[in-house]
Design a protein around this ligand. Structure first.
Ligand code: DC
Length: 222
């Protein structure tokens, strides 16, 4: 029998990871946060002194990068060269770096290979930018979450404060998200876009519970 594949795409702060985590718990399937993989490539590049917009050096870097994803309960952990970097990849600098490395086709091809391998072997809910359009075009369920820029920036800002990441103003968060929106949706290869057969949900004025209810109402598993 084929695996359950649920794709959740959308821009930063639209609520993808909150919803995907809840669905993974409810259905007892794994959650794969594909953004964490792009973040890990950015971390490696920055630690190696490589410009996150240098396509040649990044193509070299990903040839032998060692990224592993493990799941402890519903928590995903990302390992880079054997070390758990799950916390290190959550800074604003890495957000921008991840958006930059994600433009490079060699980086995407490498990570998409890992993502498809995981979806092949597991029932999975995967969130990202190109899951419904490129990574898992055959996914049985596809959702595209959106929200206004202001609301998304508010959510991200709150999240950074809750995680205790200091020194970032609301205006900076807003600018970062705007930069990533443009960068992610205008790149040539597998840009952020809604799959034709995805269900779009504007979460601006919805509570998390309302979004979850709506999404679950579309998922019927036999
Ligand atoms: O989901 P996130 O904010 O952690 O993602 C960080 C960046 O990674 C995002 O700005 C664009 C890139 N990304 C991507 O291009 N494709 C994906 N499937 C997931 C993330």
């Amino acid at each position: 029998m084929g695996k359950i594949n649920i794709a959740i795409d959308g821009p930063a702060g639209a609520g993808k990871s909150t919803i995907a985590k809840y669905i993974s718990k409810t259905l007892g399937i794994i959650y794969l946060d594909t953004g964490s993989m792009y973040r890990t490539v950015a971390l490696k590049a920055m630690r190696s002194g490589i410009d996150t917009r240098d396509p040649e050096k990044l193509a070299e870097l990903v040839k032998c990068i060692d990224i592993k994803i493990t799941h402890l309960g519903s928590e995903q952990h990302v390992f880079l060269d054997g070390a758990d970097v799950s916390k290190d990849i959550r800074t604003p600098e890495i957000s921008i770096g991840a958006s930059n490395v994600a433009v490079v086709p060699a980086v995407r091809l490498k990570l998409v290979e890992l993502q498809r391998e995981i979806a092949d072997k597991n029932d999975v809910v995967m969130d990202g930018r190109d899951i419904g359009t490129y990574v898992l075009p055959q996914a049985g369920h596809k959702f595209f979450l959106t929200a206004s820029l202001d609301e998304r920036a508010k959510r991200r800002y709150r999240e950074l404060q809750e995680k205790g990441i200091p020194g970032v103003t609301f205006e900076e968060v807003c600018k970062d998200i705007e930069y990533r929106d443009i960068n992610d949706s205008t790149r040539a290869f597998a840009p952020l876009s809604k799959a034709e057969d995805a269900i779009e949900v504007d979460t601006t004025d919805m509570s998390i519970d309302q979004v979850i209810k709506k999404i679950l109402s579309y998922i019927k598993l036999c």
